[in-house]
Each structure stands twice: as structure tokens, then as C-alpha cells.
Design a protein. Structure first.
Length: 130
């Protein structure tokens, strides 16, 4: 079903520089049966993605240090992480075309309800499972 070993909960990397949003998404994802890792900027997201190889990444596009656009571009250009789906978290719908160009697999417009986010994570993972 996922990259995780059999019986293991999928690992979601939540990348958002806004701590309250990151914690809210992480808590809700854990409540919904996922394991969660967090990053607060694009550089940290890259480090954690390469280290942990999560099943899916939720990427805020407006990040300090390295923005979500560049972080996604680097993830999709690296053999280790290019197959990991990236769901862009964006405050505006206009970013979808550019996001698709750098390799975002799906989009969630912020602010969003945690239910909406979890549903999108499950949808993308199910699509990947084939």
C-alpha cells in the first residue's frame, strides 16, 4: 500500500513554517492513523526527506531559507525522493500551474480543514498504491 514496511503506518512529512498549522496538521494526521515528521523550512524539509524517506510530503510553498517550490524541485530531481508524492499547501490557487511544473502531485488550498487534508493524503497514497 505504501513505501512503509508491511503493517507500518504511512509516514507523512509536514512542512510548514507556521508552528500552529504544522502542529494541528500533525496531530490530526496522527489521530487518523499516520506517523508524522515535521519541518519548518525548505532546507529542513530536504534533510528530513532524504533521511526518513516519507511516504508523502505536505509542502507549504511559502517557506523561509529554501521555499517550497525549490524544495519540491530538488526532491523531484533526486533519485532517492523523486517518487515521493508532494502535496502542495498553498494560500492561493494561482500556484497550481507552477506547482505542477516543479513536480507537485496534488494541491490543498490553505486554510483548509484537517479532514480535507487527511482525505487528500489518503487519496494520493491510494493512487500511488495503484
Amino acid at each position: 500500500m505504501t513505501n512503509s514496511p508491511a503493517g507500518d503506518k504511512p509516514l507523512v512529512l509536514v512542512v510548514d513554517d507556521y508552528q500552529d498549522a504544522r502542529e494541528m496538521y500533525a496531530e490530526y494526521l496522527e489521530f487518523s492513523g499516520f506517523r508524522v515528521a515535521e519541518a519548518k523550512n525548505g532546507a529542513e524539509a530536504l534533510d528530513k526527506a532524504f533521511e526518513l524517506l516519507p511516504d508523502i510530503i505536505l509542502m507549504d510553498l511559502s517557506l523561509p531559507v529554501i521555499d517550497g517550490w525549490e524544495a519540491t524541485r530538488r526532491l523531484k530531481n533526486d533519485e532517492r525522493t523523486k517518487k515521493i508524492p508532494v502535496v502542495a499547501l498553498t494560500g492561493h490557487a494561482l500556484g497550481q500551474n507552477e506547482g505542477a511544473q516543479v513536480g507537485c502531485d496534488a494541491f490543498v488550498i490553505k486554510p483548509c480543514l484537517p479532514d480535507t487534508l487527511v482525505a487528500e493524503v489518503k487519496r494520493v497514497l491510494a493512487t500511488r498504491a495503484g
